[in-house]
Each structure stands twice: as C-alpha cells, then as structure tokens.
Design a protein around this ligand. Structure first.
Ligand code: FAD
Length: 405
C-alpha cells in the first residue's frame, strides 16, 4: 500500500493546477454565464494536453492514465466549480476512449485527432424520453440501408450537441440504438458513432433543441431527434448487437472521473466556506468557533478524504483492467466507478448546502457564486451518467451478487 503519487503524477498535477489557476479559475463565472464560450476554453484544454489523456499518442492523446484523468478533473473543478470545464474534459476522457477501443481504424484515425486538438467533441446519446436508467429498454432504431445505418428516434438529454456544431470539425455521439427486437433487451442494442457535424459540414437527418438548464450553463444539454441521420458502417462500434457492454464501459469510466470532479468542487466549497466562517463574527465570535460549524467542517473534511481514496482507487482499478492486469475484471471497474460517483457526488451536494448555511443569507444571491456550484453538481445528483439508485444497484450486484440483484 502506497499513499503517495508517483513523481510523474505529481509533476502532471502541478502543471494542471498552474494551468487552472492561470486560465480557468479567473474566468469560471464567465464560463458559467456563457460569456466565455466553452469552444474557446477547449482550445486551451487541448494545448494543456487535457483532452483525451488516456488516448494513444498516435491520436494526439497523452498515453496517460485514468488516475491522471481523475487528478485533472479534480483540479479543473476546483478552478471551475460550476463543473462545465471538468465535464467537457471528462466526457472527452471516457467516450473517445470507447471509440479508440471499439471503433474501426477509419473512425479512430479521422476523428480522435480532431478531439484531442479541440476541434471536435464526442459525447454519449443514450437516454430517451421514456427513461434513462433502463438502458436495455431504449427504442431509438438503426435501420440498415445498403452500407449505411439510418437512425430514427429521440434521445432526450444529450450534452454537447450545440458544442459539437460550434467546433470547426464538429463531432458526434456514441449512440445506443436498437438493432434487434425490443424483447431481446440489451442483446438487441448496438453502439454507433452518430456524427452531427463531420469535416466541418453539418449532417442532415436530425433536429435538436437546447434545454433551459438550472446550472452548468457553460456546456448545454439538448434533446436530439434522429430523422434518418446516416451512419456509415465504419462508424459502428464493436459488433452489431454488442452495444450495451460498450455503453457500460464508457459510463464506468465517466463515473470515476465525475467522482473526481465532484471532489474538486467539494474542496472549493469547503475552502470558501472556511475562509468565510473564520472571518465572519456573530455574537462577538467567529462563526468558525462554534462547534455546530467546526464539527460539520470536520465531518465533511473526513468524508472528503474517504471519497478521494474511493475515487483514486476507482481510477487505479480502471488503469489495472485496461493495462491487461488479469486480476481485475470489468465488474471491478463498474463497482469501483459506481462507488466513486455515489460517494463523491452526494458529498459535494451536501457540502454545498452546508457551506450555503455558513454563508447565511448572502449565499442565496448569484454574486456569492456558491449556488452556481451547487446547481452544476445537481446535474450528477439527479441523474447525469446514472442516478444514485442505479449506482447502488451496481454496487449491490458486486457485493450481494448478480444472481440476487
Ligand atoms: C445535465 C444532464 C446532462 C445529461 N447528459 C446526458 C448525455 O449526454 N447523454 C445521455 O444519454 N444522457 C444524459 N443525461 C441523462 C441521464 O443519463 C439520465 O438522467 C439518467 O440516466 C437517469 O435517467 P432518467 O432521468 O430518465 O430517470 P429514470 O430512469 O426515469 O429514473 C427516475 C428515478 O427512478 C430511480 N430508479 C430507476 N430505476 C430504479 C431501480 N431499479 N431501483 C431504484 N430506483 C430506480 C432512479 O434512481 C431515478 O431516481 C443527462 C442528464 C442531466 C441532468
């Protein structure tokens, strides 16, 4: 057991932190208000080597690890606690990695270098209006016409559609589609890379409209309706009807790095809260001197350390599995990722609410900025990349056994 990061990881973290302090932290409120467009931020993330950290260097990646991805997300969310920047980075960790692992050469060679250069976005389109948790029940169809698939159906919450359309090359989504019968459940699903814009040209066969989000405004989420969007055979990921497992791989990785982003936001919230309660005097004493406050700070800090260990372990398990260590299975990656998201996201939301109470009435106003972080975190609390109960379901499968849960 070694609780120290390697020298390489320490140097990596230092360089990310100094990038974040210089380029992100001073402008995070502008990012949240959409005044500093994410498409511009993305160029900086690319130059800093933060897009596609675990991707192969032949695609412009860093040949890095999931632990490094987690450290980067944590540092980015400390600088932009609305989460938009960290979420962009973590989506570009998980879903392009899935394309690298399961995509055809033509897709990998053309699209991944555009992602790492900050010219394209690759996200996930799974959730449908009838529900997101039960992925095996989704109905969006892919119909084969010669060498092309045509997509029909609605994906109800897709992050990054507008962003992909605004980037110079464009982008697309690992899209989970039904290619078999509904009764086949997860065995009748395939994964394709549905491009809404490619080589600078917008595709036909789809419409979209942005949701009016309560938070994390820097990175919009949309409804995306497929009306015959064409997907070439070369954009199929893995085998026909093998899409469910591919989707789960991406979710496992994204959840781990979301856990890391939540740690960064928690740390930012706790630091701001502690600064405040140390200087704010009520009943002639600093607010921090009341045990009702200092003990809550102690609880939140202790749980932050515990969540940090869970997140770093989840990233380490992913690194072990993906580097071919046979002592680890994909189920280990899934359980560890679900634990990371479950612990870190709920802690961050609880920390935000507690810190708002420490600030008192002023926290209710946007100018204090605490609520901006809460509203960003809530996206993951209510469901993005899997609802809390679904994290418990995955953990229970690992702990109680898949035959029972
Ligand atoms: C900001 C934001 C961005 C998003 N971006 C994307 C995206 O880019 N791509 C994408 O595909 N999706 C995206 N989503 C959607 C997200 O993945 C879904 O919200 C999530 O999967 C849950 O699905 P649902 O909202 O339809 O809830 P439902 O599946 O309808 O679930 C509702 C509630 O029922 C509970 N529940 C469901 N099943 C069980 C069970 N078996 N046991 C106990 N409780 C259960 C859930 O925990 C949840 O609380 C995004 C969501 C948000 C908020």
């Amino acid at each position: 057991m070694n609780f120290e990061f390697s020298r390489e990881d320490k140097l990596f973290l230092e360089s990310v932190k100094s990038f974040v302090e210089r380029e992100i932290a001073p402008r995070w409120v502008e990012i949240d208000e959409g005044k500093y467009p994410i498409e511009e931020v993305v160029g900086k993330l690319s130059k800093a080597g933060l897009l596609g950290i675990p991707l192969n260097s032949k695609y412009g990646g860093q040949d890095g690890t999931f632990l490094q991805s987690a450290l980067a997300a944590e540092a980015l969310a400390y600088g932009d606690p609305s989460l938009a920047t960290a979420v962009y980075m973590l989506l570009e960790t998980a879903w392009p990695y899935v394309v690298q692992r399961h995509g055809r050469d033509e897709a990998r060679e053309e699209i991944l270098p555009e992602v790492t250069a900050g010219r394209a976005f690759v996200g996930i389109a799974s959730t449908e209006p009838q529900g997101g948790s039960d992925v095996a029940a989704l109905v969006t169809k892919a119909v084969r016409e010669g060498g092309t698939w045509r997509l029909y159906g609605e994906k109800s919450m897709v992050t990054g559609v507008a962003t992909a359309l605004n980037l110079p090359y464009g982008g697309g989504f690992v899209t989970i589609v039904r290619t078999g019968a509904l009764e086949e459940r997860h065995r009748g699903l395939s994964a394709v890379l549905a491009m809404v814009k490619r080589r600078g040209a917008r595709a036909g066969g789809f419409t979209y409209s942005n949701w009016d989000e309560i938070g994390r405004h820097g990175l919009p989420t949309s409804r995306l309706t497929f009306e015959g969007l064409a997907v070439e055979e070369g954009l199929l990921l893995g085998e026909v009807n093998g899409g469910f497992k591919i989707a789960m791989e991406g979710f496992n990785l994204a959840r781990t790095v979301i856990g890391a982003a939540s740690l960064g936001a928690s740390k930012w919230l706790l630091d701001r809260g502690l600064e405040w309660v140390r200087q704010r005097r009520v009943f002639d004493k600093p607010v921090a001197s009341y045990q009702g406050v200092s003990f809550r700070a102690a609880e939140l800090f202790a749980r932050l350390q515990a969540a940090q260990l869970a997140v770093y372990r989840a990233a380490w398990v992913a690194d072990k599995f993906y580097s071919g260590d046979v002592a680890f299975t994909i189920h280990d990656v899934a359980t560890a990722g679900a634990i990371a998201k479950y612990l870190a996201v709920s802690l961050a939301v609880e920390t935000a609410l507690e810190v708002m109470k420490w600030f008192g009435g002023v926290s209710y106003f946007r100018e204090t900025n605490i609520a901006r972080s809460l509203l960003g975190l809530l996206s993951y609390y209510v469901g993005a990349e899997g609802a809390e109960n679904i994290m418990k379901l995955i953990i229970a499968r690992g702990v109680v056994g898949r035959d029972f849960v």
